[in-house]
Design a protein around this ligand. Structure first.
Ligand code: ZN
Ligand code: ZN
Ligand code: ZN
Length: 152
C-alpha cells in the first residue's frame, strides 16, 4: 500500500465547532448529546456504545439514549461508524469537510488501536469499478496484528 493523501485529520475538535454543527442543522444540544460529544472529542479512537456508557458519569445517559444519539450524529455526518468484526459498532468523530475515511490497526491481544493514515491508491477502486461495471466503489478495511507491547 502506498501512502495516499486524504483529508482525514485527527486533531482534536473544538466543542463549540461540534455544537455549532448540531445547531446549524436545527438540533438541540441536550445534556446527553453534549456529554457524548465531549467523550468522543477526548478519545482519539472509535468507541463502542458500551464504552461511551461506561465512561460517562453514572446516571447521565442510558443505553437507549446513547443509541439514539449515535444514530442521529451518524446521520448528520458528525460521527462515523467502524466495524472491527466483533459485533460491536464503534464510533469516531469526523471533522467538518472530512469524509472520515481511514483505517485502523488493532492489536488482537490487548485491543490497542492505531490510527492508520494510509489507503489504497485510487486506481484500484477505479479498476474494480471498470471491470465490474460498478460506479461509486469504496471500501472498508481494518488491519489486525500483535502490538509491540504484546510481542513475546
Ligand atoms: Zn480512527
Ligand atoms: Zn497489544
Ligand atoms: Zn481506505
Amino acid at each position: 500500500m502506498k501512502p495516499h493523501a486524504h483529508s482525514h485529520s485527527h486533531k482534536r475538535q473544538e466543542m463549540s465547532a461540534l455544537t455549532g454543527r448540531l445547531r446549524r442543522q436545527s438540533r438541540k444540544i441536550t445534556g446527553p448529546r453534549a456529554a457524548i460529544l465531549e467523550m468522543l472529542r477526548r478519545h482519539p479512537h472509535p468507541l463502542t456504545i458500551r464504552e461511551i456508557l461506561d465512561a460517562l458519569p453514572r446516571g447521565q445517559c442510558d443505553l437507549a439514549t446513547i443509541y439514539r444519539s449515535m444514530h442521529l450524529l451518524e446521520e448528520m455526518g458528525i460521527v462515523k461508524r467502524f466495524d472491527f468484526g466483533d459485533g460491536a459498532a464503534r464510533f469516531e468523530l469526523v471533522g467538518e469537510n472530512d469524509d472520515g475515511h481511514h483505517h485502523h490497526l488493532v492489536c488482537t491481544k490487548c485491543s490497542e488501536v492505531v490510527e492508520i493514515g494510509e489507503c489504497f491508491p485510487g486506481e484500484i477502486e477505479k479498476r474494480i469499478a471498470a471491470r465490474n461495471g460498478f460506479k461509486a466503489v469504496t471500501h472498508k478495511l481494518e488491519f489486525f496484528g500483535v502490538c509491540p507491547a504484546c510481542q513475546p
